[in-house]
Design a protein around this ligand. Sequence first.
Ligand SMILES: [Ca+2]
Ligand SMILES: [Ca+2]
Length: 478
Amino acid sequence: MRRLLLFAILVAITFARAATAGASVYIASLLSPAGFADVKAYSISSGRIGGYVAGPTAPGGHAAIFVDSPTGFVDLNPAAHESTTVSALTGTSEVGYGYPFGGLPHALLWRGTAESVVDLHPTGFNFSWANGASEGSQVGVGQWNIDGNFRALLWNGTAQSVVQLHPPQHFSSSAHGASDSTQVGEVQTSTGTHAALWRGTSASFVDLHPRGSFESIAFGATETHQVGYSWTDTVRAVLWSGTAASMVDLHPSGYVDSEARGIGGEYQVGQATVDEIFARHAFVWRGTAASGIDLHDALINLDDGFVESYARDVDVNGDVVGFAYHANGSYHAVKWSLTPTGDTNIDGVVDTIDLNNVRNNFGATGLGDTNDDGVVDIVDLNNVRNNFGATLGAQPVPEPSALALLAIATAGLCFKMPRARWARSPERATRPTAGLLLSRLPRALEIGRAFPHNQTRDKYTKGRRALQPLWGETLVGN
Ligand SMILES: [Ca+2]
Ligand SMILES: [Ca+2]
């Protein structure tokens, strides 16, 4: 019996290692320009990042395209607008909404400059927002002036091109995300809110609502997959592939609840609530619950004053954007970049430091273990060799001199290294632990967040919270 138990433990350890082999590591960077205390990024595509900046010079918030620099952004706020936001962007355009001075919000489309703005607001509606985009389409929601209900809308570049996605048998609907030929969002049925999928027309509506769910919403789409949440025992991040029955549960174990808000290629992003302190942490998944990575640690490495973080979009390379709340009361736009394979010290580049980390620990454990399999060996050496020269967001292109260096360095591995070299390298990245309970608590008290007193209250709160972004304005501050 004891032997059986031992065997079971060994098998469990083996599988645990297999599950983490090649684990991804992220580096966080802040996109917030100086002078703005409230900056959020909502979308990334083809290296472009969109969101808004708010501060003394833009009190209501200005739609913005961020560049990878802490000072650079393109202000998209058109004349005669009190405030604007980019909800989503593509390689060539941005969509969102704006408030004219003293007016109701209109869905807007830009092509890189404030002057390029196109008002997408369709006739017959009181107000409208655009929430999602693909290269050829824009999606969102409008309040119909006949019955005051919300209706999912699809545009093709102009207000006149609007198509109502609203399925007639439903009370109201809203579209939150789009791929080239699909649109996702939600519909209100007689029994509650259901995640929705369309393919360009009202008649194409597919109800994604999982069996047994109280409420579901889809926020993002690729051509083949959709992400959102399903509320069962708690609010759980989920991934669909076109039908309700295809749902995959992404909820990470050990967290109170989770939501998936964006998708790109094989990646899904959102946030999960940490158990003890009810703080939210940005999350990235790759198709399964087990693949989930808590992105908050990368922020803590940057500044331990960050208490909450939210991921909103991810591109096909796995680069994530969102925002984070700092204990000093500010919101910052954040980009999380996937470190290249072979980057042993997590500084975003594969270079001689990484090569030396592998050399110095070859045959042992610790720094240099690029695939997290517990040993520094030839696999790790090859990971460094094959990615030598790689940087954040760039493919490796080894220079001739680097290749020569590699050849020499690799040859050196044939000699048995002195024991002293196995000592831990000083280049090892310091990774402070999280657990900043004290710095997190004041935030909760300060904003008066109603902590759930029991599970029922929790469900109610979560359901309500999740609904807020539908009607646009509360996206700001979400
Ligand atoms: Ca490195
Ligand atoms: Ca290894």
